[in-house]
Design a protein around this ligand. Structure first.
Ligand code: CP
Ligand code: NVA
Length: 304
């Protein structure tokens, strides 16, 4: 494993290894044990979109691993924002840094960065996928449920970056998975193609109540992702009814978890009541961004 560009880059063994390292690093932090796997190393943290969790967890995480993370704003400060090609940016940053994390729009930019920089690249969200989030989600599921086999995951909402990565990540981990998306907002076609190898462990439907039957973990995400703000009104109509609420919870299995990558829009994709009832899981999930991403960096750059 050289990079983390998307979930399907990982084998099941690599995925489980990252989760094991994430658990180990979480225990180290709780016990106050130093874990300097990035001692003396530097990581560029490039952001072309807003972020609370990804930015802070990567900055804090590199520091806790003994390295330095540099926040670079690609919207308003880097020459990237003024048209410098990603290939040139990659060749420069690769000479200074030991690794690069990037949050941007196009998946092809992340791939170009990996191709031209010569250092490990981590995808911190594109329009296509959000692998770091799914690693944290899987770490959280394993903590609460003890494993993956026999569990049913169900995502309700937009077939967006979260949905694409959840389908691949949950199937890879050993869960079955149902995506519930309106017909015009299906996940990426290559993700649906990937899911075919799992036979009836994967389903895609458009009725939330049908999809949520017997779910062990329910996921949702915002109706309007970053970069789609101009479509907000159209999307609010299209996703009406694609909400995790008490009615949906009533058809899920007893003890069903609810996860949300955050930020959440209460009253849209999730009700305030369901959000509050599952806040322990949702904020453990947010905490696990830190541990899971430290694991990715320790594996890619720190010899773990
Ligand atoms: N879930 C997530 O990636 O959060 P941020 O957008 O705040 O980084
Ligand atoms: N789908 C959302 C996820 C935010 C973490 C977005 O891309 O804005």
């Amino acid at each position: 494993m050289k990079h983390l560009l998307k979930m399907s880059d990982l084998t099941k063994e690599e995925l489980l290894h990252i989760l094991d390292v994430a658990d180990e690093l979480k225990a180290d932090r709780k016990a106050g044990r130093p874990h300097p796997y990035l001692a003396g190393k530097t990581v560029a943290l490039i952001f072309a979109k807003s972020s609370t969790r990804t930015r802070t967890s990567f900055e804090v995480g590199t520091y806790q691993l003994g390295g330095l993370g540099t926040y670079l704003n690609a919207k308003t400060e880097m020459q990237l924002g003024r048209g410098e090609p990603i290939e040139d940016t990659a060749r420069v940053l690769g000479r200074y840094y030991d690794g690069i994390m990037i949050r941007t729009f196009k998946q092809s930019d992340v791939e170009a960065l990996a191709k031209y920089s010569g250092v490990p690249v981590i995808n911190g969200l594109t329009d296509y996928c959000h692998p770091c989030q799914i690693l944290a989600d899987l770490q959280t599921i394993r903590e609460f449920k003890g494993g993956f086999d026999g569990l049913k995951g169900c995502y309700i909402g937009d077939g967006n970056n979260m949905c694409n990565s959840l389908i691949v990540g949950c199937l890879l981990a050993g869960m079955s998975f149902t995506a519930v998306c309106p017909k015009d907002y299906y996940p990426a076609s290559d993700v649906l193609e990937f899911a075919k190898q799992y036979g009836d462990k994967f389903q895609i439907v458009s009725d939330p109540k049908e999809g949520a039957q017997n779910a062990d973990v329910l996921f949702t995400d915002v109706w309007t992702s970053m970069g789609e703000e101009a479509e907000t009104a159209i999307r609010q109509k299209a996703f009406k009814g694609y909400q995790i609420n008490d009615e949906i919870m009533s058809v899920a299995n007893e003890g069903c978890m609810v996860l949300h990558c955050l930020p959440a829009h209460r009253g849209e994709e999730i009700t305030a009541e369901v959000f509050d009832a599952h806040a322990d899981e949702i904020f453990e999930e947010a905490e696990n961004r830190l541990h899971a991403q430290k694991a990715v960096m320790a594996v890619l750059m720190g010899g773990k």
